[in-house]
Design a protein around this ligand. Sequence first.
Ligand SMILES: *Cc1c(COP(=O)(O)O)cnc(C)c1O
Length: 429
Amino acid sequence: MPHDDERHIGGRRLHPASLMMSYGYKPELSEGAIKSPIFQTSTFVFRTAEEGKAFFEVAYGLREKGPTEEMGLIYSRLNNPDLEILQDRLTLWDDAEAAAVFESGMAAIATTLLTFVRPGTVVLHSGPLYGGTDHLLEAVLPEFGVQHLGCAAGSPRADMDAALEKALATGRVAAIFIETPANPTNSLVDIRACSDLADRAAEVQGGERPPVIVDNTFLGPVFQHPLHHGADLVIYSATKFLGGHSDVIAGACLGSRKLMDQVTALRTFLGTMSGPWTGWLLMRSLETLQLRMTKQMQSAKHVADFLNAHPAVREVHYLGNLTHGSDAWRVYARQCLAPGSIISFDVDGGEPEAFRFLNALRLVKLAVSLGGTESLAEHPATMTHSDIPPERQAELGILPSMVRLSVGVEDPGDLVADLGQALAKAVPR
Ligand SMILES: *Cc1c(COP(=O)(O)O)cnc(C)c1O
């Protein structure tokens, strides 16, 4: 753990953006290299057998770490400098005590859920969820005796309370897992209300409080900090904004040291940690995280305004366009710092019009995934959310006319020009 004074100048707490180039890295340990080398090594040499014994005692929890003792480097499934420096840097954005990085967002989600669920327990969750998460809850965990119960994002508080009571009647609630904003509709889940639900579950369950786990991929870590609003753990698909260049698959989980010690222990035994090269790529990406996310968000506002005014667009789902004073707006005002850069919108028509639009795009590429430097568009109903049956898609607002757009760092005027020409081809007038 780096010394606290690395984070302050004359009592001033430095912004995370200022620390992404240096925090947690000591050049004197790496021949003075300004950047952390890639520690492409499976194992680490112990100076003595006694040192090896001491490192293992700490790593396997056989004794408490001394006050100034750092966990020694043992083997790259347990720890590696590229992962440790990256994890320290990630904690700064979310004000977390500890972090763990994984080789994918799904590895982070699966490892974290498996840390807390047991046969006979229930996961209460929001909906819609990322397709992989949905499949894990729907098809994989039930094979291990773990049930799940969903409540739609944006539901009134009474429906959330009712969902919790139903979950409590099914078994011990072992985790509350939410995704906010939800993919692809941008519907919001009130994190504070979920924390209240966890308190209520603890009362009923003799003190066993389920952790509130927030998938913060869409807005975080720059524009939403769930740990400040009552969440216990934050999860990322680092493939998206954290990586930011559509060239790496990775994930992360952050929270209190107490919970993260449990998650990290299971990561060691499932072997879901990321490799040093992935860690190095993410460190490079973090240096421009705030720059990229801010520029993408500003361009997205411009694009959303253009779409809102366009006659071939029926409805725009963007956090920057919530109706003042609505329930969603109140949740937004409390827990989000900016509307981000993911926009969904319905073209005037159905699947044929949406497909004509997607096929006509030139600068914006037709691909799933999001949060990268290039703008991407896709069709949720037949692509990312195609395993949700049509009736449930309709309930969740995922219509055949919907297109999801991830706004990149291109010139916003050029993006609008491309969207405009594609809309003209999609819905001729
Ligand atoms: C992409 C994504 C995931 C899965 O992450 P991978 O890195 O692809 O494993 C999880 N949650 C959300 C919200 C995502 O967008």
